[in-house]
Design a protein around this ligand. Structure first.
Ligand code: MG
Length: 203
């Protein structure tokens, strides 16, 4: 499986990092070794001094597809979950300055914790999903899919022009504003509406 991440998909987040608001989706990949499941802890790596949390809704691809039309995209996922796109912001800033790829800052082991998924049929309106991240009991990020620049269906249509999607692939759909550093000992909890679907500790 592969993990596809959408960057700059909430205008307020693009602005907080002083990036342009994109006119087409921006995407990058993480390998399967980035995944952390079952609320296992995240171990703070030695190579960064500034790991940021980015809470994101995640869609799970349910069948193979290529060049998917936007009007059929909803047939390619049944479940929505929540995860963290951990980012070594110090390394990413260096990569950006030099115009280099971001993998060292984005694709490292453990950089994609993923929680439980919920059946999308249980969600009344996919274009109005509330989600948030707590650290040590305080809300640090909250978002709503009404603020997405590119909807789930548009993301699938766009990405599948370049990459064949396969069953089990995950798409991290972008983070709202409020990203910031984590530290050892922090306890993270991520919610869709009022349902806690992911919780783990930084070690
Ligand atoms: Mg992200």
């Amino acid at each position: 499986m592969k993990i596809i991440c959408i960057g700059r998909n909430y205008a307020e987040h693009a602005k907080e990092l002083k990036n342009e608001v994109p006119t087409e989706p921006v995407f990058f990949l993480k390998p399967d070794t980035a995944q952390i499941k079952n609320n296992q802890p995240f171990y703070y790596p030695d190579f960064s001094k500034e790991i940021h949390h980015e809470v994101e809704l995640v869609i799970k691809i349910n069948k193979p597809g290529k060049n998917i039309q936007v009007e059929f995209a909803k047939k390619y996922y049944d479940e929505v979950g929540i995860g963290i796109d951990f980012t070594a912001r110090d390394l990413q800033n260096k990569c950006k300055e030099k115009g280099l790829p971001w993998e060292m800052a984005k694709a490292f082991d453990g950089s994609a914790p993923i929680g439980e998924f919920i059946d999308k049929k249980k969600i009344t309106n996919l274009n109005e999903i509330n989600f948030h991240l707590n650290i040590n009991g305080n809300i640090v990020q909250k978002g709503n899919t009404k603020d997405l620049l590119f909807t789930f269906d548009k993301i699938i249509a766009y990405v599948s022009q370049f990459l064949t999607l396969k069953k089990g692939d995950l798409i991290y759909t972008g983070t709202p504003s409020g990203v910031g550093p984590i530290k050892i000992g922090d306890k993270l909890e991520a919610y869709i509406e009022n349902e806690k679907l992911l919780h783990f500790e930084i070690k």
